[in-house]
Design a binder for this molecule. Sequence first.
Ligand code: CA
Length: 367
Amino acid sequence: MKRRDFLTGLGAGAVATSLSGCAQKCPQSAAGVASKSRATFNWKMVTTWPPNFPGLGTGANYLARAIEDMSAGQITVKVFAAGELVPAFEAFDAVSQGTAQLGHSASYYWKGKSAAAQLFSAVPFGMNAQEMTAWILHGDAMELWKEVYEPFNIIPAPAGHTGVQMGGWFNKEINSVADLRGLKMRIPGLGGEVLKRAGGTPVSMPGSEIFTSLQTGNIDATEWTGPYNDLAFGLHQVGKYYYYPGWHEPNTMLECIINRDAFNELPDNLQSIVLRASDAAAQNMLAEYTARNHIALKTLKEEHNVQLRPFPPDVLQRLRTLSKEILAEIAASDELFARVYKHYREFQQNVSAWHDISEKAYYLTTN
Ligand code: CA
């Protein structure tokens, strides 16, 4: 990534030029502003990912580099993988308290902080990457997300999308709803709640622990992301059947979480850079997954003889019914979740009416 590309995109070159001119010619007060604008900020970014992990960890690295490049080094960002500064699931608290100024993670990990947080990562049978992006950037959802994180002194920004995930790795075939009963599966967020309602036992654990847990039989099944990430983890070595589609994560939106005090210390142009770098990182991650997943799937099928399985239609139907039940129940007990979910559902229904005759109809013509 070349710094020039970012600067050109932003028009930040013009800002830098005018500040430089100002330092020589402007009155004292304006020069003071220019000098404050050139202050440097050495930030830390905590993440919920293993170091340099394809897509997710590299997505965090991309964001850090983008902020440094776009700010011409005025903001430096040191990235910490899960466990390097704080454990994966303490990233939110670390950013909230200012131990780190930035975090890169997925909002469903923070359901213990606010149930509504989950709606900004993945909703079972919910919106895909294109639809989530539209909801956040042009569907008025950003204000709701800010409201959810406001009590925690955190400002959110979208920072990645995985696209539709895989259903996961199972060590027995899923031929009916009954096969979900007693199933101990690593599956986070709302999808985990749905599995629980179907009689299974959801387990939440960071990615770094998945391989060993499945290998030792501590869990019977796991989902992670998709071929690109799952191949990198070697999950084909410990899981027998690879199921699709990822009904529980039709897209997972990743987040950049920003400590509000640290953000407020930045001059306007650097605040803009942090947010625009996140936008760039979000788009880049979806492109990376789209470009790499199909190559990894080919490798899994052809070199590792992975057995692909579709979930049976009646299993998906049951999971869809349970998902609606659970979402309605959480909404009944949590005012903020109810408000955000209503907004989410209305947007999804409206955008689906359009996508039925555009995206879906088009895909059918390409088979
Ligand atoms: Ca996942």
